[in-house]
Write a protein that binds this ligand. Structure first.
Ligand code: RIB
Length: 333
């Protein structure tokens, strides 16, 4: 029977070097040009929108801010353009205390841009134009590997895949716990085999990776498949309104969603990943960390925009009840 187990160390791996920070995020910066509309247009159709706003976003940046707001000492590695948005991102990192020694400015290039469309029910669809993010190469990662000395290294897929693979390899060599959030969705993670400890896809990403429709009913077996393909020991499949399914080595737990009034889901998955990384770096088990991160993801949907919706530890702890280790979970087989 699936059971919530007591605390154990977040990573069984041996560390070669002391951690410089708790969490290092290697990832993207995107200025989000957000449009709200009753629904997304069909091909060839024009729909009248109801509002427009610009926010700082990008999966990497959002996750770094989320980790920092959960109290983790946090660093970011990434690439900004030579423009006003680049300066705004640097100020925002400094405001939340995120170390930016590993953030490059690319001459004559623009900062990444995203075009999220948020529908009236809060759901979103996004087009990204990576621009400066695409200039970050494996050679840069090699040169910056000193700043990768973190207990937890958190990765997504808005940077070029070879760059993310190089970051995973460098982090693994340094003994970090490597978390991969495979977003945006890709059909295969074969290049990451042996380089990832924990994989955190949503339902859509897990579906593309495994070639089957993923929901709560099959999430545990999908999580096992993803772990086995990657050589990872943990997986969390986020399931939106159905919460999250956690595989922590042999243990499987379904974490139920919180009931909140969602206004904008942009960045909810990033809030989850950043909070998860911060909790793991603080010594939580994956199940404990997912329980906490589930609160972060829920809170992020209650506010508009990416960066403004990343919650603080105090806000998350105000929502999430302490985990009861004595209660077995019978909902998932
Ligand atoms: O995950 C949300 C983020 O994805 C947005 O901030 C947008 O920039 C896109 O990259």
């Amino acid at each position: 029977m699936p059971t919530i187990r007591p605390v154990r160390s977040a990573s069984g791996s041996h560390r070669e070097v002391p951690s410089v920070v708790d969490v290092c995020v290697v990832g993207s910066f995107m200025a989000d040009l957000v449009v709200r509309a009753p629904r997304r247009p069909a091909a060839g159709e024009t729909v009248k929108g109801t509002s427009f706003a610009t926010y700082l976003g990008g999966k990497g940046f959002n996750q770094a801010i989320a980790a920092a707001r959960s109290g983790a000492s946090t660093a970011m590695v990434g690439a900004l353009g030579d423009d006003e948005h680049g300066l705004l991102f640097r100020s925002a990192l400094a405001l939340d205390g995120v170390a930016a020694d590993g953030v490059l400015s690319i001459p004559d290039e623009g900062t990444g841009i995203a075009f999220p469309l948020v529908e009236d029910d809060g759901q979103n669809s996004i087009v990204i134009v990576p621009r400066a993010n695409d200039a970050l190469t494996p050679a840069h990662i090699e040169a910056l590997r000193g700043v990768l000395g973190a207990a937890v290294v958190l990765l997504q897929l808005e940077l070029p895949v070879p760059t993310v693979v190089a970051a995973a390899a460098a982090a693994k060599r340094a003994g970090a716990t490597v978390i991969l959030n495979p977003a945006p969705a890709v059909p295969s993670l074969a290049d990451f085999a042996g380089l990832v400890d924990i994989v955190v896809p949503n339902e859509g990403e897990a579906s593309l990776l495994t070639g089957q429709r993923v929901g709560l009913a099959n999430a545990a077996s999908v999580a096992r498949t993803l772990c086995s393909d990657l050589g990872a020991w943990g997986a969390v499949i986020t399931l939106g309104e159905r919460g999250a399914l956690v595989l922590d080595r042999g243990d499987v737990v379904h974490v139920e969603a919180h009931t909140v009034s969602a206004v904008d889901t942009v960045g909810a998955g990033d809030a989850f990943c950043g909070a998860l990384a911060a909790e793991l770096a603080a010594g939580a088990t994956l199940i404990e960390a997912a329980h906490y991160a589930n609160g972060a993801g829920a809170l992020a949907t209650t506010r508009a925009g990416a960066e403004p919706s990343m919650p603080t530890r105090a806000e998350i702890e105000g929502l999430v009840a302490p985990l009861d280790h004595s209660v077995p979970d019978e909902r998932v087989s």
